[in-house]
Design a protein around this ligand. Structure first.
Ligand code: TZP
Ligand code: MG
Length: 217
């Protein structure tokens, strides 16, 4: 295997759906199937927050969702849990600044996709050097989904990274909806990552379709 091709990764990041059981009003497997039917391009399993599953239950859900992704050719990324990603042979991992150091994670996962949340130029440069494949930047807009989220950064933050010469694939995250997704792309992001705009939508298929249209425009 070799590191993911950047062009392919930019395509994958267009509509990046992130979800775990605490983000769903119904069965996560059903939510994921509908999101895929609506056109998501990448999935991240993020089992975090109130009533998040742990242990065997978490692993069982991860396997169930990974199986769905495989069936539909949607790459499966694991949030934070490097051991889980390795044991499931996931397509990649996404880590934040408070997780294991980027270089250590890169050496553990080999050529799997490695996403890193960055908030400053310093974090960005160091993640780049340590082997990140893409950056998650946010929260772009106010969000209630992540309790310990950093202050809202606005789309200017993505613009700033691009102006400073950061060419690595970037996804915006935090409070992104069909109404504001276009602004995130126009600021220089390759795609948007969303949790509740899809997971808690009354019509999940339509929500994903509408977001995808905004990004493809
Ligand atoms: N990281 C920064 S904001 C956020 C994460 C995981 C939550 C995004 O959730 P939502 O529901 O799309 O605002
Ligand atoms: Mg993390």
């Amino acid at each position: 295997m070799s590191r993911i091709n950047t062009h392919r990764l930019r395509e994958m990041l267009k509509l990046y759906f992130i979800m775990g059981s605490p983000n769903c009003y119904k069965e996560p497997a059903e939510v994921l199937k509908e999101a895929i039917a609506g056109g998501i391009t990448l999935f991240q399993f993020r089992e975090k927050g109130n009533h998040a599953l742990t242990g065997v239950e978490k692993v069982t859900l991860a396997k169930e969702l990974q199986t769905i992704c495989k069936k539909h050719d949607i790459p499966f990324i694991v949030n934070d849990d490097i051991d889980l990603a390795i044991s499931l042979d996931a397509d990649g991992v996404h880590i934040g600044q408070e997780d294991e150091p980027v270089a250590k994670v890169r050496s553990r996962i080999g050529d799997k996709i490695l996403g890193v949340s960055v908030h400053t130029m310093e974090e960005a440069m160091s993640a780049l050097e340590a082997g990140a494949d893409y950056f998650g930047v946010g929260p772009i807009f106010p969000t209630k989904t992540k309790e310990d989220a950093k202050p809202v950064q606005g789309v200017q933050h993505i613009q700033h990274f691009r102006e400073k010469g950061i060419t690595i694939p970037i996804v915006g995250i935090g409070g992104i909806t069909v109404e504001n997704a276009m602004n995130v792309k126009e600021a220089g992001a390759d795609g948007v990552s969303v949790i509740t705009a899809i997971s808690k939508a009354s019509d999940i298929i339509k929500a994903a379709q509408s977001l995808r249209q905004q990004i493809e425009y």
